[in-house]
Design a protein around this ligand. Structure first.
Ligand SMILES: [Zn+2]
Length: 70
């Protein structure tokens, strides 16, 4: 069953190419542009992504992930 995630004032942005999540839309957009042009990830961009450790935090707070996150 698909989870729908929504928590007030908390929205996350995912790069469609690599699936990384960002708290700021600007970084998701940068990531997506980079991923579209390059085959590798840009560390300067991906370091802004939400880390695995944060996923458990998200789950803990029952924030659901909306969209095309793998
Ligand atoms: Zn990306």
């Amino acid at each position: 069953m698909v989870k729908q995630i929504k928590e007030a004032e908390k929205i996350y942005f995912a790069c469609e190419k690599c699936g990384l999540l960002y708290k700021e839309k600007i970084w998701a957009e940068k990531c997506e542009k980079w991923c579209s042009k390059n085959k590798s990830c840009n560390l300067e961009i991906t370091k802004h992504a939400i880390k695995d450790r944060d996923y458990s935090l998200l789950n803990h707070h029952t924030i659901s992930l909306v969209g095309k996150v793998k």
